[in-house]
Design a protein around this ligand. Structure first.
Ligand SMILES: [Mn+2]
Length: 315
């Protein structure tokens, strides 16, 4: 057994699982899976995320367990679905002086933990957590199965990206056997949209710009627009997939202005185009078909730089 939950829970007093900022289903689901695993061996651990769990995901069991601030000193910290310590955002802890472990599947994962468990061949971190729970013979309840399924579902783009492999489907099947409900999760996570988000969708898509003979699609969400439509930063999630669904588009780029005036960039690509290399050029990272980075400067410059870099990868 690679990760023995019982052993860890007796060896360490205060254990925390920390996930990346702007948490997605995989980060949230994997952390809750770990919380469940530890609690089944009699250990109460803390879950940390620097912001509130997005409303879309807050129906999932266990999301009320997350804390946004660090209140104690931990002697063991697990970074789940988090390829680099900078991704934890405002979680303020001296992780360098504690024992750390990673459970992650990002290609761009940096080797910063004492105990690395990084498997880029896995479509989601939730599948790695599923393996850990099974290895530790932890009973997986329907609630926990739903959390893990939610992560697998979001990271495979509802089983539509190239990482939706036979393994992804067999793990999904396992989770269904544990009681996960794909139809409920599909509706809550992929279908339901808040009214204001539909407005944001309408606005961004009607202002969609095309470059490189239509191979690159680009849209921008200013802080002013987000405030006018009264949508939070998480409302942008998923909109980029509409841009990528336009015929002939190979790379979609979404730029969102943050409250601190930096530009948060999301990138998506069709198969064979490694958009993580575009993100990495600007100090970001991610997966081949879904990546991101943060840029500073003037909007027009940021836009030009991104489109120029993306153009190197179109076919
Ligand atoms: Mn993930």
């Amino acid at each position: 057994m690679k990760i023995n939950l019982k052993e860890l829970s007796t060896k360490y007093d205060n254990i925390a699982v920390v996930i990346h900022t702007r948490p997605d289903g995989d980060a949230i689901g994997s952390a809750i899976g770990l919380y469940h695993g530890f609690s089944m061996v009699g250990k109460e651990i803390d879950l940390l995320c620097d912001m509130e769990i997005p409303r879309k995901m807050s129906f999932l069991y266990g999301t009320d367990k997350f804390k946004t601030t660090v209140e104690k000193k931990y002697d063991f910290v697990i970074f789940s679905d988090c390829g680099d310590p900078s991704r934890v955002g405002n979680i303020d802890m001296d992780w360098r002086s504690t024992k750390t472990m990673c459970i992650d599947h990002h290609q761009s994962s940096t080797n910063f933990c004492d105990i690395p468990n990084v498997d880029p061949s896995s479509a989601s971190t939730c599948q790695l957590v599923l393996d850990i729970l099974e290895e530790n013979q932890i009973e997986i309840t329907p609630d926990v199965a739903n959390c893990l399924y939610a992560g697998l579902m979001t990271d495979t783009g509802n089983f539509s990206h190239t990482n939706a492999t036979a393994k992804a489907f067999s793990d999904a099947s396992k989770l269904c056997n544990y009681g996960a409900c794909p139809n409920v999760l599909n509706r809550r996570i992929f279908k339901l949209m808040e009214g204001n988000k539909i407005k944001l969708l309408g606005n961004t898509m009607s202002n969609l710009k095309f470059f490189e003979d239509g191979r690159v699609a680009f849209f921008y969400m200013s802080l002013e627009l987000l405030e006018k439509l009264e949508v939070g930063s998480s409302a942008s999630e998923g909109l980029i997939d509409f841009a990528l669904s336009v015929e002939n588009v190979q790379i979609a780029i979404a730029v969102m202005q943050s409250a601190d005036k930096t530009f948060k960039v999301s990138l998506r690509s069709i198969s064979d185009i490694e958009v993580n290399r575009v993100a990495e050029h600007f100090g970001g990272g991610g997966h081949k078909q879904a990546a991101g980075c943060t840029l500073n400067g003037y909007y027009e410059d940021v836009k030009d730089k991104l489109i120029r870099q993306a153009s190197f990868y179109t076919i």
